[in-house]
Design a protein around this ligand. Structure first.
Ligand code: E4P
Length: 214
C-alpha cells in the first residue's frame, strides 16, 4: 500500500520523507492557504524533496481553464499529478489531460459512480474522502469497498487513493479493503507505529538488563 502525506508544510513533508516509507504528497487549496506561500513555489520545493507523485490542485472550475492550469502545474516537475474536482468539467479535463500523458488525481469523490466515470476518463488516482462522509453520518470506508469492487469487476487501473483519513482505524480498514494508496496527516502516519505494550515492553527489557548488568 502506498502512503502519501497530506500537507503543504515543508517541515512535515521532510519529516515524513525521513521515515523512509513516503511514496507521495497531496496538497489542496486549504492546505496551501495555511502556509501563506505561492502555490507554484511550494510545489517546486516539495518536488525537490519527494520524487513520488505530488498532487497539485487546480483552482479553476471550468474544463478549459482547468486544462490550461493543469498543463502549467505539470511543467513544475515531472512528478506533478494534476488534481481536479470530480465534476462534469473535471471529467472532461481529466480525459484531455490523461490523453496527453498528464497524470490526474480526481478529488472530492463521494460516491462510487463518480469513481467509475473518472476511471473511464483515464484518471491516475481517484480520491474518495472518507472522513468527510463519516462527519455527516455516512460510512466512508464502505465507499472505498464499493469502488474496489467496481474497479476489480472491470479491471480499471485507476488507483484508489483513500483521502480525508482522520485516525489509524480508517487506515486499517482501507488496508483491509485494498485501497491502493492512502493520504494522511503526518500525525496519523506516526500514530500507526504506536502501541502501549511496545513502550512498556521496552521499559521492562531495559530495566531487567540494567538490574542484571548495572
Ligand atoms: C486529499 O487529497 C485531501 O487533501 C484531504 O485528504 C482532505 O482531508 P480533510 O477532509 O481532512 O480536509
Amino acid at each position: 500500500m502506498e502512503i502519501y502525506v497530506d500537507t503543504a508544510n515543508l517541515v512535515e513533508i521532510k519529516e515524513a520523507h525521513e521515515l523512509g516509507i513516503l511514496d507521495g504528497v497531496t496538497t489542496n487549496p486549504s492546505l496551501i492557504a495555511k502556509e501563506g506561500i505561492d502555490y507554484g513555489v511550494r510545489l517546486a520545493e516539495i518536488c525537490e524533496v519527494v520524487s513520488g507523485p505530488v498532487s497539485a490542485e487546480v483552482i479553476a472550475t471550468e474544463a478549459k481553464a482547468m486544462i490550461a492550469e493543469g498543463k502549467e502545474r505539470a511543467k513544475i516537475a515531472s512528478n506533478i499529478v494534476v488534481k481536479l474536482p470530480t465534476t462534469v468539467d473535471g471529467l472532461k479535463a481529466c480525459k484531455v489531460l490523461s490523453d496527453e500523458g498528464i497524470k490526474t488525481n480526481m478529488t472530492l469523490c463521494f460516491q462510487p459512480l463518480q469513481a467509475m466515470m473518472v476511471a473511464k476518463a483515464g484518471a491516475y488516482l481517484v480520491s474518495p474522502f472518507i472522513g468527510r462522509l463519516d462527519d455527516i453520518g455516512e460510512d466512508g470506508t464502505e465507499l472505498i469497498a464499493r469502488i474496489r469492487t467496481i474497479y476489480d469487476n472491470y479491471g480499471f487501473e485507476t488507483k484508489i487513493l483513500a483521502a480525508s483519513i482522520r485516525h489509524p482505524k480508517h487506515m486499517l480498514e482501507c488496508a483491509m479493503i485494498g485501497a491502493d494508496v492512502a493520504t494522511l496527516p503526518l500525525k496519523v502516519i506516526k500514530q500507526m507505529m504506536n502501541h502501549p505494550l511496545t513502550d512498556s515492553g521496552i521499559e521492562t527489557f531495559l530495566a531487567d538488563y540494567a538490574k542484571a548488568f548495572g
